[in-house]
Design a binder for this molecule. Sequence first.
Ligand code: UTP
Length: 236
Amino acid sequence: MVCIVIALGGSLLRPEVDDRHAWLEELIIIVRDRVSAGDRIGLVIGGGAPAREGIGLAQPLIDDVHHLDKIGIAATRLNATIVREALSDAGISVSGTIPHRVDEAVQLLESRPVVVMGGTTPGHTTDTVAIRFAIATSANRCIIATNVGKVYSADPRNNSNADAFDKLTHDELQEIVGPDKHTRAGGSSVVDPVGVGEANRANMTLNILDGRETNLIKAALEGNDFKGTTIITEEN
Ligand code: UTP
């Protein structure tokens, strides 16, 4: 049995994604196919637009990062609810609740093939939740579906000479994203540095890909080429 956890960046649900309804419909078909094939899937949904909006509104009034994080978490749970309801409505056997903790999610995945969740506690992003969920279920790998195709040596929007990588070690990725500390609510690097540190210590393989392309999510779930960046430890 294959068990895979996917972090779906909340930006994938944003209006600027070409056709977000088509995207959701394609996601539902992919999940349904993998469930039919016998896979177990954890979906961890990011906060996207509502997180940005909520944190932006509160930021001038609230200094404490962890208090702002709670607003971000509420947004991730809203987005997780949208995805959970859509999957359930399509007849997929998804857990009935959005767990608040990873251990709860692990338990739910024992009785249902699909569990959808958002954030848990302040101090990290949903990437880290997905990585913890993957580690706790001894998942085969953790997919990080974001809105860039690969990990680059620098932000490609500001640096046209940035190199794109097919493969990196956890240490190399940590160098790129920075030390494994949570410094600001809503802060976006390609993968949460806190999660990279945890994946490194647990030797969890990460597949980072462009989640706007649902065929790449499908390819990664099936173990095929997903045209993104694979993060593995050196011995592998
Ligand atoms: P996201 O997981 O969406 O993070 O959580 P992000 O990197 O800002 O956005 P994406 O990846 O582009 O979607 C939104 C915010 O909610 C808080 C953090 O402040 C995070 O930046 N959060 C989320 C937590 O504090 N804990 C969690 O478990 C999840």
